[in-house]
Design a protein around this ligand. Structure first.
Ligand SMILES: Nc1ncnc2c1ncn2[C@@H]1O[C@H](COP(=O)(O)OP(=O)(O)O)[C@@H](O)[C@H]1O
Ligand SMILES: [Mg+2]
Length: 244
């Protein structure tokens, strides 16, 4: 297996506080990695550095055998790196179909401008909404959605870019047990279609059910990385996170 993502020694500070402090890890193609840690441990900041929303101060990020350093978030998305935001960010005044169409036009179509004719784009938008069970609401606005539907739309917007790697940042917060299962099933289906997934999640049941490997961040540092069964028994992980 080849590493699809390689993060080396990434550091990011905010006003003298190291939110991410020398973190390294890699993700193999097709893998499902769970990334856990207390609130404020630097998970979202790390994702922002990987995706280009923030610039890391030290270290490097390689994706699909290319150094990403210096590339914008859009350029990284076009290369197949997609993420969902912890707080969903739909275009409020646009229909669900339009919300999916925009990332699709910016990525899939930009890779090859002749790739999709207009009718094919419409069909593809519906297909992506269908993958998350929202095809029936294609013409509705985001404000008509329930919380879980909003999370699904956020994932659909990331999926529209046809990513090689999807980073899901706390897509399950506030959902019921059954709704968490729905999101897990959705992410598993995506993985079965060949998408590598990094799942950031607080709900340990979901993390354990989903992850092939778990990495743990505490105060900006990676304190564990390995088999889920070993990681949750690691005394340092129990002390710093699970024992809370
Ligand atoms: N844009 C920002 N400006 C200043 N401080 C930030 C910013 N984003 C995050 N932080 C700080 O960085 C630390 C890590 O935050 P974050 O990456 O959001 O953690 P997590 O996602 O693990 O909860 C926290 O102390 C947070 O307050
Ligand atoms: Mg976060």
């Amino acid at each position: 297996m080849a590493a699809v993502l390689e993060v080396r020694d990434v550091t990011k500070s905010f006003g003298g506080i190291r939110a991410v402090d020398g973190v390294s890890f890699s993700v193999q193609e097709g893998e499902i990695l769970g990334l856990i840690g207390p609130n404020g441990s630097g998970k979202s900041t790390l994702v922002n550095c990987i995706c280009g929303t923030l610039q890391n101060e030290t270290g490097s990020v390689r994706f699909a055998d290319e150094a990403l350093d210096g590339l914008t978030a859009h350029q990284r998305t076009r290369r197949g790196l997609a993420r969902s935001f912890q707080l969903p960010r739909p275009f409020a005044s646009l229909s669900l179909a339009e919300n999916v169409r925009i990332p699709l036009l910016y990525t899939v179509n930009a890779r090859d401008s002749s790739a999709l004719a207009s009718a094919a784009i419409d069909a593809r938008c519906l297909e992506v909404l269908g993958q998350v069970g929202l095809a029936g609401k294609a013409e509705r606005l985001p404000r008509d959605l329930t919380q879980i539907e909003m999370r699904k739309l956020e994932l659909a917007r990331a999926m529209a870019a046809e990513p090689k790697l999807l980073i899901s940042d706390e897509a399950m917060a506030g959902l019921s047990h059954a709704e968490v299962d729905e999101i897990i099933a959705l992410l598993i289906r995506l993985n079965e279609q060949g998408v590598t997934v990094i799942m950031i999640e607080h709900i340990m049941r979901a993390v354990m059910e989903f992850s092939q490997r778990i990495a743990v961040l505490v105060a900006g540092r990676k304190i564990a990385d390995g088999d889920p069964k070993d990681v949750v028994r690691d005394p340092e992980v129990v002390r710093a996170y699970l024992g809370e």
